[in-house]
Design a protein around this ligand. Structure first.
Ligand SMILES: Cc1cc2nc3c(=O)[nH]c(=O)nc-3n(C[C@H](O)[C@H](O)[C@H](O)COP(=O)(O)O)c2cc1C
Length: 697
């Protein structure tokens, strides 16, 4: 049961002397990693002996051992390199390497992932490329720069780049006569081996969540009708208030994953802060961490909290039924990894069963990537399904793929239900994406340690003693994602659902990521210099943390630098987060922008004018957005701009960061800080003028 009986025969690449390629990625949330993995598979099909790993898995000298190197890196922070590139990047930058041409034998190409709403678009890839060239390496293929802002996201640039790269590899490094590329419809062998090990009686833990879905193989007519429906389904829209009763209340088991560097904490508050009838469920969630010492657990503005969501037992059961894994589900497994292929963020529970890894490790409610659909095609014997999956994964025509997957936000589990003939063997479990931690900006700052007296009964002397334990509090403000599509059920993000039901008192494993903020908190001017905050929605979180940092450390709070906050939300009554706190912060002026609390006093003539402006592309004409507030208060903004302020822009990415930047430039011109718009453009990037910190998602 569960053996790879339906798998197409596996194709092995031919080992060829000197035909080898190293793929190095720098990734924060997994996008670059996925692209690197896909490129590695493509190279394997062209019979390259391929190695893929995080940049920090390799040393500089490793680069010299491969005929080709491909770098894939995202940009994080304010134009920074991802964390898992730090060591290699540091060694590449050593000044003693200057003018040595030490990388002359290296032939490379680089693909960057970024978001053009950030001022330093794709800077990590650009910096890396310049340095590699400086050290003598040469490019065998043109660089690519993907932008999340494009209509089809990263794929808009990535897919054509991928195709061209493949063609270029084949023409620059032709295959010997008689050897053909491995066709796309033949699966490659896995880089790991999954073995069942005898069970240690964990059957009593078996989760027998009754209503398991039993898959039924449909006849071809039903299948054809199902495929027809797929193409008529529309995009996901964010749904109004969550009242549909579709939630599964069977909360995932609280087993704690052995995540290096993480902390065990308790949920002490999980409170909805928006009214029940508001379109969005925003949660203020607090975690408490008890530790007899700091252990690095400090909260600072700009730090992010990592939450590891889990799958619900009912969904796990559904997958087990669909795949036909019920006889092996409670069996323990062991994985033998081929060196260097263990995926990031894969934290394996000791004695884990298949059900355990499905619950804690694999994201079965992720929207599937193209490679997953391609992989599914290998594991169905139904020719109609195979054909449909091939149609969906054509790289030339991505619209069908997006219409079926990302636009309606269809999950892997739903896709597998749509193709009941697909039976993935448990030995290929690792083709499912790994559950990545979700990042939330901390909304509290300062030193979160509260000394707590714990009562400890000492057994030896049978006396009662009291010890002191530090208690650290970490708070987040989480907007839960909830979509409604015309596909049968409303859906929500894996983490959103997990957080929605996360009971107070639950013990969880959390991670804490160092701040990405560009200012040093041990610099005394941090507290006294002016601060301009621009935040929308839950983007207020890092700003509140920053204010708490400043208030807590500055003994004489009257010396706190003047602070302006432009805060954008929908309604004064619904999502003006932390409003009650602002009155207690000295030297703070708040200008809220309520986009939906309409002023209905405008005349018909004014409305027509605004409609025309919007039709001409001025999307925010007449709207009460933060950028409009900045322009209205240009004189006050200008006054702070003259005093070397910290500027913080937080909230949704998209149009907001760019519109805010333009409004700040206009305010600089309007208040006479700079002569004209031209001068304003580069002004905000210079440290001698201000510190500019953007944290958008
Ligand atoms: C906190 C944060 C900071 C970012 N900073 C930048 C930036 O300065 N420049 C840029 O082009 N993209 C920036 N991005 C966008 C990422 O590069 C982009 O989302 C990418 O797809 C992430 O890939 P990864 O999952 O491999 O890290 C930022 C994203 C986040 C979440």
């Amino acid at each position: 049961m569960g053996e790879p009986v339906l798998a197409a025969s596996v194709a092995k690449s031919t080992t060829m002397e000197g035909r080898n390629l190293i793929l190095l990625y720098g990734s924060e949330t997994g996008n670059s990693e996925e692209i690197a993995m896909e490129l590695a598979k493509m190279a394997e099909r062209l019979h390259f002996n391929t190695v893929v790993g995080e940049m920090d898995d390799f040393k500089l000298t490793d680069l010299l051992r491969y005929s080709l190197a491909i770098f894939v890196t995202s940009t994080t922070g304010q134009g920074d390199m991802p964390k898992n590139t730090t060591t290699l990047w540091k060694s590449l930058r050593r000044t003693k390497l200057n003018n040595t041409n030490c990388l002359a034998p290296v032939k490379f190409s680089i693909f960057g992932l970024g978001d053009s709403s950030y001022p330093k678009f794709n800077w990590a890839a650009r910096k890396l490329r310049v340095r590699l060239l400086q050290l003598g390496a040469s490019e065998f293929f043109r660089p690519g720069e993907a932008d999340e802002r494009h209509e089809n996201g990263l794929d808009s640039i990535y897919l054509p780049w991928y195709q061209e790269l493949r063609e270029s590899l084949l023409s620059q490094f032709p295959l010997p006569k008689g050897i053909e590329p491995i066709p796309d419809d033949a699966p490659l062998p896995p880089k790991y081996n999954i073995r069942l090990v005898p069970s240690t009686g964990s059957l009593k833990d078996k989760i027998t969540n009754g209503e398991g879905h039993v898959s039924q193989v449909e006849d071809n007519e039903q299948l054809a009708a199902r495929f027809e429906r797929m193409s008529t389904e529309s995009e996901a829209t964010e749904a109004p208030g969550q009242k549909d009763g579709t939630d599964v209340p069977d909360f995932p088991p609280a087993k704690l994953l052995p995540i290096p560097g993480s902390f065990t904490a308790q949920v002490v508050c999980n409170k909805r802060v928006t009214p029940e009838d508001h379109w969005q469920d925003v949660r203020h969630i607090e975690f408490e961490l008890r530790s007899p010492g700091r252990n690095g657990a400090m909260s600072f503005a700009g730090q992010t909290l990592l939450i590891y969501p889990k799958n619900y037992p009912k969904d796990v059961q559904k997958l087990i039924d669909l795949m036909g894994w019920s006889e092996v589900a409670e069996q323990r497994i062991e994985i033998d990894w081929v060196k260097g292929t263990r995926p990031r963020d894969y934290h394996f529970l000791k004695d884990a069963t298949i059900r355990d890894v499905l619950t804690h490790n694999f994201d079965i409610s992720a929207v599937p990537k193209r490679t997953f659909l391609e992989f599914m095609a290998y594991h169905t014997t139904n020719p109609l399904e195979k054909e449909r999956l091939h149609e969906l994964t054509q790289r030339g025509d991505s619209d069908e793929f997006y219409d079926y997957t990302s636009r309606p936000r269809r999950t892997i589990l739903e896709v597998l239900e749509d193709f009941p003939g697909v039976k993935i063997p448990y030995t290929r479990l690792l083709e499912f994406p790994i559950i990545r931690p979700r990042e939330f900006s901390l909304c509290n700052g300062g030193d979160p340690a509260v000394n707590a007296k714990d009562l400890v009964i000492s057994n030896e002397q049978d006396t009662t003693t009291t010890t002191t334990t530090d208690v650290y509090k970490f708070e987040i403000l989480a907007a839960l994602v909830h979509y409604r599509t015309i596909i049968r059920k409303p859906r929500q993000g894996l983490c959103s659902r997990y957080l929605r039901h996360l009971p107070v008192g639950t013990t969880v494993q959390i991670g804490i990521k160092p701040p990405s903020s560009p200012f040093a908190m041990d610099d005394p001017s941090f507290y006294s210099r002016p601060l301009i905050g621009v935040a929308t929605g839950t983007g207020i979180a890092p700003f509140r943390a920053l204010l708490q940092d400043r208030c807590l450390v500055q003994e004489d709070q009257q010396k706190l630098g003047p602070t302006l906050l432009f805060f954008g939300c929908r309604n004064a009554a619904a999502d003006f987060h932390f409003q009650a706190e602002w009155g207690t912060v000295p030297n703070l002026t708040v200008y809220p922008a309520f986009s939906r609390d309409n002023d209905s006093s405008s005349t018909e003539e004014e409305e027509t004018k605004l409609a025309l402006q919007r039709a001409a592309g001025i999307y925010d004409a007449g709207k009460n957005y933060v950028q409009n507030q900045i322009r209205q208060h240009a004189a006050e903004v200008g006054e702070l701009l003259r005093q070397n302020p910290i500027i913080v822009v937080c909230g949704n990415s998209g149009r907001m960061p760019k519109s805010v930047r333009e409004a700040l430039e206009d305010a600089a011109v309007g208040s006479g800080v700079v002569a004209d718009k031209e001068e304003a453009k580069g002004w905000f990037d210079r440290k001698e003028n201000c510190v500019y910190w953007q944290e958008t998602w």
